[in-house]
Design a protein around this ligand. Structure first.
Ligand code: HEM
Length: 131
């Protein structure tokens, strides 16, 4: 639970469809995009369609950019009560996991050990053939 955030139940979000609010849930966080409807590059209709619902999957399916993820922080109005939270999909961390793995692989090639071992192997090969 994050301090200072209003707590919503899923039912409250579902019942909230008023003229001054457009609430939906993404990863247990509640957003009000009422003021963002006309600015959303994906159009207001998609946002209205998910009003009152959990839009986590729809949001991820679009593959929103990091800019969009920064922007959405400005529309947070609260979070779900602990009883209504669901485990957040691991999908969003997979990019970091992959980055870590490839970093480890790349670091051997980039480190001083690689050229030194290559040089040693070539020296041995040379003396084996011509020695
Ligand atoms: C506060 C929440 C949201 C923010 C701040 C946001 C922001 C953005 C931004 C900045 C873009 C431009 C492309 C990019 O930078 O990724 C975009 C595109 C789009 N968004 Fe959102 N979005 C939000 C929620 C949603 C939701 C819930 C849906 C679906 C139900 C959605 C559907 C789309 C679609 C369909 C596009 C167009 C993609 C394209 O043209 O390729 N967005 N959004």
């Amino acid at each position: 639970m994050q301090p200072g955030l209003r707590q919503y139940t899923r039912d409250e979000v579902a019942d909230s469809k008023t003229a001054t609010e457009t609430l939906f849930i993404i990863d247990n966080i509640v957003y009000d995009v009422h003021k963002f409807l006309d600015e959303h590059p994906g159009g207001h209709e998609v946002l209205i369609n998910v009003a009152g619902k959990d839009a986590s999957e729809e949001f991820e399916d679009v593959g929103h950019s990091m800019d969009a993820r920064e922007l959405m922080k400005g529309y947070v109005v609260g979070e779900l009560v602990d009883a209504d939270k669901v485990p957040i999909s691991k999908k969003q961390y997979s990019w970091e996991d992959t980055a870590k793995t490839s970093e480890t692989e790349a670091s051997f090639v980039n480190s001083w050990k690689f050229p030194v071992l290559l040089g040693l192997a070539l020296t041995l090969l040379y003396s084996y053939i011509f020695g």
